[in-house]
Design a protein around this ligand. Structure first.
Ligand code: PBG
Length: 333
């Protein structure tokens, strides 16, 4: 039936009417709030390229967790800035590592009962060279004179996951993109009696320019080269499906897609193909470019923020990691 019988505008006339026929909804419980833990006390350093995002000492992170819990936010994703870095990423798996200390402190708060504490598992914040794996010097193999070693990195990653789970992480989330790391992490967790700790795998993580501001926040920019030999080529959707397939086969309980906005088609494809919980990460660059536009009054703050989150949800993400979590939860009331 066509015009004039069908008039789609009939259902758009009032907000109650629009609300009745709305297909996609956001709720605070579907938002995950990333925190960057740093040494010290009373530290709250704003990240220049990410207005409203801070490096927080553990005591300040506890306050932030309480605020997040009272807003109904679903969980936290924890990153760490260690006191010192080395080639073995010691700070990632040390018993008294910064995220391990943070987890122990957070676990003692009442906020922790309402929040899922997710620990990012990666080495790049803890290695002196800033890569996500062990660097091996190798002349003439690639266009570079080094290689990011896959298999020797796996034991450090699984050691890190175990240490974070023991410190209180409810979920471990490997984001390094080494092959076989989900199986290695699962194996080590099970060996240590942590068979109830779920793995959220950053299954399809693209080598993206949109991670720029994060590398300032986490002080994790590679000192040489880039991450294109381990993170995915942004052109490849079919390969992303293979990554997810492999990670699920290795025992991932849920998957995370990243970045979000420039890869909505990949999120949609994953949603249609895999029946597991899927999250998406609205990464630092996505946040910063919106913040830059807000600062210039080029975009309406609340509307652009909510539209970006809604589009990620509509594409198929069940939950969203976002630096807007607190602001969006407030707007959702
Ligand atoms: C660690 C990691 C990164 C991000 C999440 N985990 C950085 C990277 O891969 O360089 C990026 C998150 C963001 O940009 O907000 N490997």
């Amino acid at each position: 039936m066509e015009f004039p019988i069908t008039r789609l505008r009939r259902l758009r006339r009032t907000e109650p009417m629009r609300s009745l026929v709305r297909e996609t909804h956001l709720e605070p419980g579907a938002l995950i709030y990333p925190l960057f833990l740093c040494p010290g006390e009373g530290v709250r350093n704003e990240i220049a390229s990410m207005p409203g995002v801070f490096n927080l000492s553990v005591d300040e992170a506890v306050k932030e967790a309480e605020a997040a819990a009272s807003l109904g936010i679903g969980g936290l994703l924890l990153f760490g800035l260690p006191e010192s870095k080395d080639e073995q990423a010691t700070g990632a798996w040390a018993e008294d590592g910064i995220v391990q200390r943070g987890l122990r402190a957070l676990k003692q708060t009442s906020a922790a009962k309402k929040l899922v504490l997710i620990a990012d598992v990666c080495l790049c914040e803890y290695t002196s060279h800033g890569h996500c794996g062990i660097v091996e010097k190798k002349e003439g193999v690639l266009e570079t004179d080094y290689e990011i070693e896959n298999d020797s990195s796996l034991s450090l990653l699984s050691k890190t996951a175990v240490s974070l789970a023991k410190a209180g992480a409810d979920i471990v989330a490997p984001s390094d993109m080494m092959d076989g790391r989900v199986a290695a992490v699962r194996d080590e967790l099970d060996d240590e009696g942590l068979d109830q700790t779920p793995i959220l795998s950053y299954a399809a993580k693209f080598a993206s320019a949109f991670y720029g501001p994060f590398r300032e926040a986490a002080d994790s920019a590679p000192q040489f080269g880039d991450r294109r030999s381990y993170q995915m080529d942004g052109a490849n959707l079919r390969e992303a499906m293979r990554e997810i397939d492999l990670d699920l086969g290795e025992g991932a309980d849920m998957i995370l897609m990243k970045p979000a906005l420039p890869y909505l088609d990949v999120i949609r494809a994953a949603r249609e193909r895999f029946d597991v919980p899927i999250g998406a990460y609205q990464v630092s660059g996505e946040y910063s470019m919106l913040q830059a536009a807000f600062a210039n009054r080029w975009l309406d703050r609340d509307r652009a923020m909510m539209e970006s989150l809604l589009s990620i949800r509509r594409a198929g993400a069940g939950f969203i990691v976002t630096y807007f979590a607190k602001e969006a939860a407030k707007a959702l009331g």
